[in-house]
Design a protein. Structure first.
Length: 327
């Protein structure tokens, strides 16, 4: 992939070392290639030449020794010591990364899925990043709802940006650390990285794009619109007084006319509260759901499932209408 603003030869070698996982071997071939390219770009040292001639079959211990000596001989700091949003300058030292990159965000259906699944796709300089990373963009509920996690705040934050193509974050994962730096916003990739450098955006352009995608609900189905309203409007503080946290919202897979909210109780139980659609709009349905959840749990018509197998009785907050869930 052609990378706009690829930076100095020092930075490219630094990035390759940073993205090499010594436990899994991920990125080792890129590291060796980067050492070869560093020689072509004018960096040179005895150990760098050895690193460039190394094999992906060499032990991590031996490669690590070569890496440490190479960086020391060239005067490149070890990964983790350069502040976010800064890059190595040619010939030594660090410099603030310029805002030369562009961002576009898009919510689209998950390919081949018939169950109404969606993903947030990330384009940097016109190239789609989520497929180049872990494989699949995150669900909008995980990134944009109930709060927009892509907003660049005064304190840097790390956000999941891509998951495995199977749909599970953790099976495959790409994270990005977002840092606001005056009139710039910096992204630094981690885990399964889609490109071998961090990216930096003009803050005003970044803020406008992040706000635009959060405000655009044109992609939503009725189910998704209702879910967004419930996740945004539900009184989480009140639920927390009972030890409850919303887990997910969706139509029941067995009955598309029944909208369900799943809540987790202290890590011990899953609680399911269903509300029939009855031809109502997403706003009307979400209003009833939130009104129901504002009542004491003992007043709900709910089902429960014990996460811990040894729990055979309903939770203490259960009311007379609670029944065991049939999963």
């Amino acid at each position: 992939m052609t990378e706009k603003g690829g930076g100095s030869a020092e930075q490219r070698l630094y990035d390759a070392v940073a993205h090499w996982n010594t436990d899994t071997g991920y990125g080792l071939a890129d590291l060796i290639d980067a050492a070869c390219q560093a020689l072509i770009d004018g960096l040179d040292s005895p150990t760098l030449r050895e690193l460039a001639g190394a094999s992906v079959h060499d032990s991590s211990w031996d490669i690590g020794d070569l890496v440490g000596k190479s960086l020391g001989e060239i005067g490149i700091p070890y990964p983790g010591t350069v502040p976010p949003g800064f890059a190595l300058a040619a010939g030594g030292g660090v410099a603030r990364r310029p805002g030369v990159d562009s961002l576009r965000l898009e919510v689209s259906p998950v390919p081949g899925d018939a169950g109404g699944e969606f993903q947030v796709r990330v384009y940097v300089n016109g190239t789609e990043m989520t497929s180049a990373g872990a494989g699949l963009g995150m669900d909008p509920y995980d990134v944009l709802v109930p709060t927009n996690r892509l907003v660049a705040a005064s304190e840097p934050c790390t956000v999941a940006i891509a998951r495995c193509e199977c749909g599970v974050y953790g099976c495959g994962s790409t994270d990005v650390t977002i840092a606001r730096d005056g009139d710039l916003v910096h992204w630094d990739w981690s885990l399964e990285v889609p490109m071998m450098r961090g990216v930096s955006f003009v803050a005003a352009e970044y803020d406008a794009e992040v706000a635009r995608v959060a405000a655009d609900h044109s992609w939503e189905t009725s189910e998704r619109a209702a879910g967004r309203r419930v996740l945004t409007d539900v009184d989480r503080d009140r639920l927390l007084t009972y030890g409850l946290r919303p887990s997910w919202v969706a139509n029941d897979y067995r009955d598309q006319e029944l909208f369900q909210v799943a809540l987790q109780l202290d890590g011990d139980y899953q609680i399911f509260v269903g509300t029939p659609w009855r031809g109502r709009s997403p706003e009307e349905l979400a209003g009833e759901v939130c009104a129901t959840l504002a009542l004491p749990p003992s007043a709900w018509h709910a089902t429960w499932h014990a996460i811990i197998p040894t729990l055979t009785k309903p939770p203490k907050i259960a009311g007379p209408s609670w029944r065991p869930a049939r999963l």
